[in-house]
Ligand binder design. Structure first.
Ligand code: FES
Length: 148
């Protein structure tokens, strides 16, 4: 193979791998919303989880609520129209912000992992993430920040 052909083929492969990696990461279900804070908690619309494609509605498995009034984001997982979990994204080990990756959350500081209900699955953390009750009424979610 000539040097020029090698470079063209190699670059083509790199671009293909890069594009594929970008496609994979852009396929992620990550969606950020600000939510609406009131005195007792946070309001979200159930429709915030919806995504439409080709006239069909599907659902993000989770959304991340980032609001400047909150010290940490809250990850809200949708299990069904009436079943959600709301997880405070502060690691129970030493307080770093955890990152969402599909059905689990991982701490970049020392590697603790949690499932989508906030239960610790891998240390060094020994406690679960802080969670909040979620009440669904008229297609609106109320995340009660008063209770643990
Ligand atoms: S702060 Fe998260 S694992 Fe240490």
């Amino acid at each position: 193979m000539k040097r020029r052909d090698f470079i063209l083929n190699s670059c083509g492969a790199c671009i293909g791998v890069g594009a594929f990696a970008g496609f994979i990461t852009s396929c992620g279900a990550m969606k950020n919303v600000p939510g609406k804070l009131n005195n007792d908690g946070l309001l979200l619309n159930a429709s915030d989880f919806e995504k439409q494609r080709d006239g069909k509605i599907s659902y993000h498995p989770y959304i991340v609520v980032r609001n400047e009034e909150l010290q940490f984001p809250i990850c809200v997982y949708r299990f069904s129209a009436t079943d959600y979990s709301a997880l405070w994204m502060q690691c129970a080990h030493q307080g770093a912000e955890v990152q969402v990756s599909g059905a689990y959350l991982q701490c970049p500081a020392h590697g603790s992992e949690y499932d989508n209900r906030g239960r610790v699955t891998n240390g060094p953390a020994v406690r679960d993430l802080r969670t909040f009750p979620v009440v669904v009424t008229n297609n609106q979610l109320f995340i009660d920040l008063r209770k643990k």
